[in-house]
Ligand binder design. Structure first.
Ligand code: C5P
Length: 225
C-alpha cells in the first residue's frame, strides 16, 4: 500500500558495537551508541516491514514493534544475522570490532608487580556485511553498509562499496569534532552505483527515514524489472 510500502518485507539491521572478551571482566570494543541502527529499525517498521534488529551491547532502549536479537561478539552477530535470513533488505549499521582476542582468558588476568603487561594476540573477526553481500544463495535484494571514517570519507567509502559487494554505502565523518558519535544528528553521503549524494545535516531519525524510503522505492523498482 501507499503508506506501508515495506509490508510483507523482512528487513535485518545490525546495530551497536560488539564486545570481544579479553577475559571475563575485560573486552575490546568500538564506540557506538546504537542510535542510528535503532532509528533505522523504527523507520522500517513504520513503513510496514517485519524488522529484525541484531544489536550489540547498547545502553539505549529496544525499539518498539521490532524483533530484537541481542548479541555480544562479532561471531555471534554473524550467526544471528544468518539465522534471521531470508530478508529483502539488510542494513549493516553496527560498529563491529575488526579483531577479537585470539584466546580469551577463562579467568581474570591478574596484575602483578613482577609480571609485564599481558600481550594480546588478536585474530580477525568475520566481516558480516561482506559475508552477507557476497552470498551466492539467499542474498538480500538490497544490502546496505555504513562507513564511519575520520578522514578522506568518500575515498574510503567508494573503496568499501566495491570491496564489500554492498549495493549502497552510507558514509559519515565521525571525527570527534563532528559530534556524530553518540549524538542525535548525522551528516551522511549515500553512495550507489549511480554516484554520490551528499545529504544535509539532519537528525538520525530523518537519515533513517530517508534511507528506508529509498530502500522501499528500490525494491519496488526491482519488482517491476
Ligand atoms: O570496514 P568497515 O568496518 O569500515 O566497514 C563498515 C561496514 O561494514 C559497516 O556497514 C559495518 O557494519 C560492516 N562491518 C561488518 N562486519 C565487520 C566489520 C564491518 O558487518 N566485521
Amino acid at each position: 500500500s501507499e503508506n506501508k510500502p515495506l509490508a510483507g518485507r523482512h528487513v535485518i539491521i545490525t546495530s551497536g558495537p560488539t564486545h570481544e572478551p579479553i577475559d571475563p571482566v575485560r573486552y575490546i570494543a568500538n564506540r557506538s551508541s546504537g542510535k542510528q541502527g535503532c532509528e533505522l529499525a523504527m523507520a522500517a517498521a513504520k513503513l510496514g516491514a517485519d524488522v529484525t534488529l541484531v544489536s550489540g551491547p547498547v545502553s539505549i532502549a529496544d525499539p518498539p514493534g521490532v524483533r530484537v536479537v541481542r548479541v555480544t561478539t562479532a561471531k555471534e552477530m554473524l550467526e544471528a544475522v544468518e539465522a534471521a535470513l531470508p530478508a529483502d533488505i539488510a542494513i549493516f549499521a553496527a560498529a563491529v570490532a575488526d579483531w577479537r582476542v585470539a584466546a580469551p582468558s577463562v579467568s581474570k588476568i591478574k596484575k602483578s608487580a613482577s609480571n609485564a603487561p599481558p600481550a594480546l594476540s588478536l585474530a580477525e573477526n568475520p566481516d558480516i556485511l561482506k559475508a552477507i553481500a557476497q552470498r551466492s544463495k539467499g542474498r538480500p535484494a538490497l544490502v546496505v553498509g555504513f562507513a564511519a571514517e575520520t578522514h578522506d570519507v568518500l575515498v574510503h567509502a567508494k573503496k568499501k562499496l566495491k570491496s564489500k559487494g554492498a549495493d549502497w554505502i552510507v558514509a559519515n565523518d565521525v571525527s570527534p569534532q563532528t559530534g556524530i558519535m553518540g549524538g542525535d544528528r548525522n551528516t551522511v553521503h549515500l553512495l550507489t552505483s549511480a554516484g554520490v549524494e551528499s545529504w544535509p545535516e539532519m537528525t538520525k531519525a530523518d537519515v533513517a527515514a530517508k534511507i528506508v524510503e529509498r530502500a522501499a522505492k528500490h525494491l519496488a523498482s526491482l519488482k517491476r524489472a
